[in-house]
Design a protein around this ligand. Structure first.
Ligand SMILES: [Zn+2]
Length: 258
């Protein structure tokens, strides 16, 4: 199983080396900005590296919302980041499932997801897998609780969407980790990537605060079991830089080898 970390974007290959990571995930722009990615000077090196690359889309993206001023730019930004990610040879672009605002029907959010894939198809299609990630909070989320995830997949599954399972988001979002891989796969048919994170908050708290493995509220053996069952690469999105994340990677590797 290939294990790695979410790292700073300036020199992802150096960050990978510092952690002994097989996989790195990073942002192509400021994650809080509405900015199309710029070409990278290290693109050739990234393409040639034997480290697997995953790109995380900006947090601002919410393709589900009924708010036109967020939804329309979100679609465009998702496509521009997908193109830039594919140009670097990335294996997937991770984007949060999104939500509709209070008082709006989440069914419209699922339809807006479908329109996002239809928009991309008209523009030539997404050039790499779009990995929809489960989220921790909110009552109107498209991919927090798995009853909603199932309705989302009924709508977008035919477009070849992939899935990224975040263990912190699942736990804090109120989905038990025991047996979760089977429950997800019964809905999506696939898990492309695991975000292997501990949670600082209790089960079903709805809060999204990652912690180093074994330091939060999740039994680290459960996280190892999720990766083993999924048979998917895993990325830690945990604090502590090379030292903290390196220890998390070691914990996962030791757990998987045991
Ligand atoms: Zn995540």
């Amino acid at each position: 199983m290939r294990i790695g970390a979410h790292v700073e974007p300036a020199d992802p290959l150096a960050e990978a080396a510092a952690r002994g990571a097989d996989v790195v995930q990073f942002f192509l722009t400021d994650p809080q900005a509405w900015t199309d990615p710029e070409p990278r000077a290290d693109a050739d090196a990234l393409r040639a590296a034997d480290v697997d690359l995953y790109i995380h889309a900006p947090y601002r993206i919410n393709v589900a919302t009924l708010n036109n001023r967020i939804r329309i730019p979100s679609r465009k930004l998702l496509l521009s980041h997908a193109r830039a990610a594919a140009d670097l040879g990335a294996k997937g672009l991770i984007v949060h499932g999104g939500h509709v605002d209070k008082g709006h029907d989440v069914a419209t959010g699922f339809e807006n997801w479908k329109k996002t894939f239809e928009y991309a198809a008209k523009e030539g299609g997404f050039p790499l897998p779009i990995l929809v990630e489960n989220t921790a909070g909110g009552d109107n989320a498209c991919a927090r609780r798995f009853d909603a995830l199932a309705r989302l997949w009924d709508t977008i599954g035919e477009y070849g969407a992939g899935f990224c399972l975040d263990t912190c988001h699942a736990f804090a979002g109120g989905e038990e980790l025991l047996g979760i891989v089977d429950r997800v796969k019964a809905i999506t048919g696939r898990i492309d990537l695991i975000h292997a994170n501990d949670s600082r908050d209790p089960f079903d708290s709805g809060r999204d605060r990652h912690d180093n493995l074994g330091r939060g509220t999740i039994d680290p053996e459960l996280i190892v079991a999720v990766i083993r069952a999924a048979g998917a690469p895993a990325v830690v999105e945990t604090p502590g830089g090379a030292e903290g994340q390196g220890a998390d990677i070691t914990l996962l590797r030791d757990g998987l080898a045991a």
